[in-house]
Write a protein that binds this ligand. Structure first.
Ligand code: SF4
Length: 139
């Protein structure tokens, strides 16, 4: 059976990068690579002691499957948590790189990305989907 890739988006609510990271993750898991990927919850991952919410399960899954983290800023919270509890992620996506590369696509706000922000999230999601494909090819 093919293994799934775990997608872990940063949980930042204060920065646009956090909103974009979660929007891109949803597009990958719900639309582009629904059979190959699963979302892992970043806060639950970091707080693995919350057994009844499955935090330890998230960590165990990430130990046994490749993971891709998506970072809303340079703090790399998702990467640090995965690295600490389950081992290094297979790939890390930095949202700022895409914001800088596409100044023409302006999100309305961090609460509402709007049409252009969603377009940017789709561009990011396409790149994540390519990384997923690479991980399957590498197997
Ligand atoms: S990576 Fe940045 S935006 Fe995301 S949770 Fe950490 S500090 Fe917040």
């Amino acid at each position: 059976m093919r293994k799934k890739v775990g997608i872990i988006a940063c949980s930042g609510e204060e920065l646009l990068g956090g909103t974009l990271s979660r929007a891109a993750a949803r597009i990958v898991v719900e639309k582009l690579r629904s059979q190959e990927t699963i979302i892992l919850c970043a806060p639950l991952f970091a707080a693995g002691g919350l057994e009844r919410h499955g935090g330890q399960e998230e960590r165990n899954f990430a130990k046994e499957h490749p993971t891709i983290t998506i970072e809303g800023c340079e703090e790399e919270c998702a990467k640090i948590a995965v690295d600490k509890y389950s081992g290094p992620p297979a790939a890390t996506i930095y949202i700022q790189k895409y914001i800088d590369a596409h100044p023409e696509l302006k999100s309305i706000s961090r609460e509402s990305l709007g049409e252009e922000g969603m377009k940017l999230a789709e561009i990011i999601a396409e790149d994540i989907a390519k990384k997923v494909d690479e991980l399957f090819i590498r197997k």
